[in-house]
Design a binder for this molecule. Sequence first.
Ligand code: SF4
Length: 221
Amino acid sequence: MTFDSNILLIERLLYDEFGDLNWWPANTSDEVVIGAILTQNTSWGNVEKAISNLREENLLDLKSISESSRENILRLIRPSGFYNQKADRLLVISTKIISEFGSLDKLSKRGMEFCIKYLSDLKGVGKETLDSILLYAMDMPRFVVDKYTIRYFLRIGLLNSERESRKFEKIPEILDYNVPRLKNLHAMIVEISKKNCKSKPFCESCIMRNICKYYKERILP
Ligand code: SF4
């Protein structure tokens, strides 16, 4: 089977198990951006506490963040870890987008290529954060690659090493640039990575056993 047909098979198997997961867990596009910064190098559980603090003080939008003080943001996002760095990143991203475009929506109207260049030039926006914002906050056809995705595809056997991760760039095309499918595929990979394909994998109850290289080579014999 080709890489393309394997991606479609994986999508179907995951969908049969998980269905529509309605990711990202946020109420607004601005909240996605804020969550994408806060989730860097930490678990989502810690991010939720920081988001809840920001929500209580009506600071879950870029304009409010840009108008808030660094000390106030620091205090509220402390549960997310690396709070000095993240407060600076939130302030820089919010202030630039609001002062130069007025809103995230107006920035997204400039098109995907412009947004890729604009956002990736901002300090603290690496590839995973960039693609999370483009896909989940701006509804653009990108595929998010995180540590779960790499581990999962290495085990399944669709990647031989992390160096091959450029293969992921083809996934939007394979999924017909369909944004809801791209959102859900990433969400389902995170889900199976938390349920079965953890650092110590639980293969016996995994729906991927029949196609998984790791299972065939390391568990079955
Ligand atoms: S069978 Fe095991 S290694 Fe393969 S995807 Fe499932 S949990 Fe991961």
